[in-house]
Design a protein around this ligand. Sequence first.
Ligand code: ADP
Ligand code: MG
Length: 359
Amino acid sequence: MRGYGRERQHRDREWVPRRIRDDWKGQLGVRYEVLECIGEGTYGQVFRARRSSDGEIVALKRIHLQESLVSSSALSENSAVVDEISALLELDHPNVVKLLEYFEHNSAVVLVFEFLATNLAEVIKRGQEPLDEADVKGWMVQILCGLAACHDAAIIHRDLKPANLLISKGGVLKLGDFGLARVCKDGERVEFTHMLATRWYRAPELLYGARECGKGVDIWAVGCIFAELLARAPLFPGDCEIDQLSRVVKMMGIADESNWPGVSDLPDFGKILFSPPEIIPLERALPNASEGAIRLLKKMLVYSPESRVSAAEALQDEYFLTAPLPKPAADLWIPPITPQKGTTRGEGNTRHQWRATHC
Ligand SMILES: Nc1ncnc2c1ncn2[C@@H]1O[C@H](COP(=O)(O)OP(=O)(O)O)[C@@H](O)[C@H]1O
Ligand SMILES: [Mg+2]
């Protein structure tokens, strides 16, 4: 069993689902009507479906269990599933996606979520150029509220990026995809073996091979997302780990003990040497950003993870208190939602088969 699993057993609450509910085995077709496949990712597929009891549209995320664990349902060993479920059960916040229920189905675990029509990657891709500052603030406030709730519950998300920030028809943004989330009690740092989080949003300590991480990795990612909202283009679109790091160095200078105490202890520090770059400061990279935006961004994109602003502190920043004020969710621009299959009657023959292996 992995370290964090042991750690969780010491918590007051029994919150690790040791066995997935199996009383619904074979009940999928009865409880949910699968309409179409809407996403395919690291661990499985996501389907849009209709709940039979009340017609509510939901998202079903099917995660394949590791072969060796299927028979025993030894979920405490099946880390990705357990981590995602555990994190979500711990959280009940308007800016965090709601897990409605979960069950086992044919060697997979199915997580049932509220259905969210779009995500922040779509807003960035399809929105006007540049986005209104009041819109940027409206999205940022929601991201930070969701993240403050996670961090308050000692959960590190570890894979924040625009595509994982889901948005409802009413403009409410919700942190989604907790497949890499980990629990981290105050002052503790979480150990991990593999770094799977998306490269463009990956904090420099991870790029230097850190084997443990804290809440600062989420703040770095939020800084990258903030810059992407301002520029409508990714801030550090590295095409490999070294390119990723060199893009960060170009903006922030070479990391050393003076600007990042402890950096020389990181496993890969010294393995990659950079010649002094011509620095392109944030102001130049984001010429349309206001002074207030740059000031807050500079509190997030700090080399030393301990020195990064917290989500709760960022929410108190002057940036959100000065005009233009953050737009309320209902007024935020979101891409037009196209009518979807299965929302009217008579489309039975276009529906996806649950057993489809690919989208
Ligand atoms: N609750 C949801 N409502 C609507 N679409 C969703 C929902 N959850 C996930 N999706 C879609 O499925 C995709 C993959 O889901 P995600 O949870 O991010 O899993 P992965 O670990 O595979 O990236 C998302 O990018 C999104 O397009
Ligand atoms: Mg995802």
